[in-house]
Design a protein around this ligand. Sequence first.
Ligand code: SDX
Length: 428
Amino acid sequence: MSDKATLEINGKKYEFPIVTGSENEVAIDIKNLRGDTGGVITIDPGYKNTGSCESAITFLDGEKGILRYRGYSIEELAEKADFLEVAYLLIFGELPTQDELNKFHSDIKKHAVVDDDVKKILDAFPKSAHPMGVLASLTSALTAFNPSSVNVDSEEEMYNAIVRILGKFPILVAWTMRKKHGMPLDYGSSSLGYVENILQMMFKRPDEDYTQNKILVNALDKLLILHADHEQNCSTSTVRITGSSHAGLFVSLSAGISALWGPLHGGANQAVLEMLEAIKEDGGDTKKYMAKAKDKDDPFRLMGFGHRVYKNFDPRAKIIKKAADEVLGDLGVEDPILDIAKGLEKEALEDSYFVDRKLYPNVDFYSGIIYRAMGIPTEMFTVMFALGRLPGWISQWREMRMRKEPIGRPRQLYTGETQRPFKEISKR
Ligand code: SDX
């Protein structure tokens, strides 16, 4: 592979360096393009062909269906690690020793409280508020109660902000659900594991002791690992570009939560369940929905299908589909929605429209079925995605800040009106 790319514009040749990544991906470094060519830029709506950064955190190969966090395969991590270990790996780059993991968890527990005044903000929301809107607001509000989390120029300040948000975020997640259900807010217990405590904070009834269910703990642990990072997806790019202006970590995460909410992104897990419910109501008529998904005049898309990068099976979808069978079996839950999902997947994978466009089930297609079996309401599904993605967002934000990357500010190609004289209102 040559180490230079040559571009010819109006008969003049320009050379740009070719950079190769550790997995032999190749990029043309165009940082001097505009300067060298006297103003020529590239344009790439949706950044389908544009890399925003170099990163050492997550590698994915969309053609081969490969996903690795810091070099470890998602299959091994989902099987052998727990969520806090994976969070440490993503943020600091190595799997922790037992002592490192114990200290990390103990530092997080020190911050696993939220200022009681935050409850006043939560109280101000109507019960009808979508949990993602509540979560984005409360996460941003945390800055007011933790001002030191804004200027994180030193490793130590960065670490303190990270353990703070890892301690407080699960509380906000649990509180958004309990608010919806009219339940008193619960703090869980510092004697519990990270995921056990999340489940207790979400589900403990005020009149009963909460009994941990190993099946639920393992299922949630695995789902959070599978959602933990996914390189430069929409919400992660939002977190990075927000942080590139040196806005604080908490508000950058709040921006990411808002981006994740969209039904084309993390909001798809809720949209999948609503779609499957609609098909069930429709007597299981999957063919009608397949036709709608293929009809260019119909805005309907087969939610949970397709991916910007994966043009093969999303490796996470494979793991989640297997886990859905196991969890529902272990819980003794018979859910016709799972059968409809499997039927829809089979039909789509045999349909030329989907095959030709390489549209396969993605991470969102089966995850909601497990969340539902765990008793998590549909409107909370994307909040659970955000809970999983938190360490990924943190690791990407930290990498961007530690590398002192410049503020993100894309160019544009102007296609509007050229200069024209002002027109008096009487003449318009
Ligand atoms: C996530 O980026 C990440 O990594 C995201 C994520 C993460 O972990 O962060 O993996 C999480 O967001 C997963 C994706 C969840 N979204 C959905 O399930 C929503 C349904 N899927 C789509 O809307 C779509 O597939 C996207 C948004 C995911 C990807 O869209 P692209 O890459 O912009 O592809 P496209 O819209 O250009 O589609 C290419 C073709 C088009 O048809 P043609 O114009 O070529 O005829 O495929 C069609 C699209 O109409 N198409 C679909 C479809 N997805 C794409 N047609 C029907 N149903 C679909 N789901």
